[in-house]
Design a protein around this ligand. Structure first.
Ligand code: NAD
Ligand code: WQD
Length: 338
């Protein structure tokens, strides 16, 4: 099937394109290159043997989208495009609401005009805020997020909920990712953050490869087994396969479908440091610092619903996540070079 992939040159989008092609689908990629490089297309082609169709453009540009829908017989959309840095969203709320909320609304409008009513949206476990209990099930309360990025994801979920209530011939799937990490097993594709990484795994990887001196561990006084924050890290290729599973199970199945994509297992910051040290063969230097404002103690997914309805279950463990990240980071110490 022809699948429009917005933000398809980004970290999760690029891995999803590879899995889509491997499954015989045809990704039509759009991206404004605000957080990615054209070199990614070469890497997707080298892995897949197929160069995806690519159009540079913005999801907020309705005329651009109309042109893409007119040119290709798109059956479903996977919508990754957006901004994702929590700290930056506090400083630039208007940019975040414009890209993430307005971008999703313009896309939905263009889809309706084109008669395409299947969409899979990249949501986030951040919509659960600080969970009352773990593992988190999909019916847990949402909305109590603490930053504009998280609120933008929640708002888009609510917009799609209202859209489905008004037009029940849509198939809308909200996938709530936990903490995506890892890289393609070839070592040629991975996460390439610009500037200082905000997230744990890319920061550890840059310490391991010598780009940064040491990791700051944000707090060791949480009510967790070793005092550091616990998260549900999920391999990006498993995540990509989750999109494929959703596409297969839900395209043309009208409804508002909501799934967690995680492993169901929690790992602490120090678990990740130790796993990475084993993967790269030397200790990763770290220093404990105060808690980061807005962080929660722990969060991991209930995976039962995705397993039951989509037949999807993450296959790769933390060891595989760190080994693959290290292969990518050590082969591409400065990320993608054009
Ligand atoms: P990414 O930044 O690597 O990819 C996003 C891509 O979208 C980039 O290539 C960027 O250039 C493009 N883009 C941004 N704004 C655009 C616009 N207005 N028009 C067209 N293209 C645009 O991020 P990612 O990690 O691959 O995340 C993909 C999606 O998943 C995002 O929506 C993100 O919020 C969501 N998500 C990510 C995580 C995570 O930790 N990586 C967790 C939960 C949810
Ligand atoms: C993980 C753990 C930190 C960096 C964020 C977003 C969420 C989603 C995924 C997009 C925490 C600790 C981190 C560092 C550290 N993104 N840490 N030193 O905060 O769980 O989730 O990314 O949707 O919405 O909020 O991920 O990787 O930043 O942190 O000690 O330099 O690592 O305190 O316990 P987080 P993270």
């Amino acid at each position: 099937m022809k699948v429009l992939v917005t933000g398809g040159l980004g970290y999760i989008g690029s891995h999803t394109c590879v899995q889509l092609i491997a499954a015989g689908h045809q990704p039509i990629v759009i991206d404004n290159l605000s957080n990615s490089k054209l070199e990614v297309l070469n890497r997707v082609e080298a892995i897949s043997g197929v160069r995806p169709v690519f159009h540079q453009g913005d999801v907020r540009d309705e005329a651009f989208l109309a042109g893409v829908f007119a040119e290709y017989d798109v059956q479903a959309v996977i919508h990754f495009a957006g901004l994702k840095a929590v700290g930056e969203s506090v400083a630039k709320p208007l940019e975040y609401y414009d890209n993430n909320v307005n971008g999703s609304l313009v896309l939905a409008r263009a889809m309706r005009s084109a008669g395409v009513k299947n969409i899979i949206f990249s949501s986030s476990a951040t919509v659960y805020g600080d969970p009352q209990e773990v593992p988190i099930t999909e019916d847990a309360p949402t909305g109590a997020t603490t930053n504009p990025y998280g609120r933008s994801k929640y708002m888009v979920e609510e917009c799609f909920r209202d859209l489905f209530a008004a037009e029940d011939d849509w198939s809308i799937t909200l996938l709530r990712y936990f903490n995506p990490v890892g890289a393609h097993s070839s070592g040629t594709m991975g996460e390439d953050p610009q500037g200082i990484p905000n997230n744990l795994m890319p920061f550890i990887a840059q310490v391991a490869v010598g780009r940064r001196e040491k990791l700051a561990v944000f707090g060791d006084d949480y009510p967790t087994p070793d005092g550091t924050g616990v998260r549900d890290y999920v391999h990006v290729v498993d995540l990509a396969d989750g999109h494929l599973a959703a596409l297969n199970a839900l395209t043309d199945k009208a409804g508002l479908h909501i799934y967690n994509l995680g492993t169901g297992k929690g790992s602490s910051v120090l678990d990740m440091v130790h796993a990475f040290s084993a993967a790269c063969g030397h200790d990763v230097a770290y220093e404990v610092q105060p808690r980061r404002p807005g962080d929660i103690a722990e969060c991991w997914a209930s995976t039962a619903k995705a397993e039951q309805d989509l037949g999807w279950k993450a296959q790769r463990d933390v060891s595989q996540m760190t080994v693959d990240t290290w292969r990518w980071q050590s082969q591409n110490p400065q990320g993608y070079q054009e």
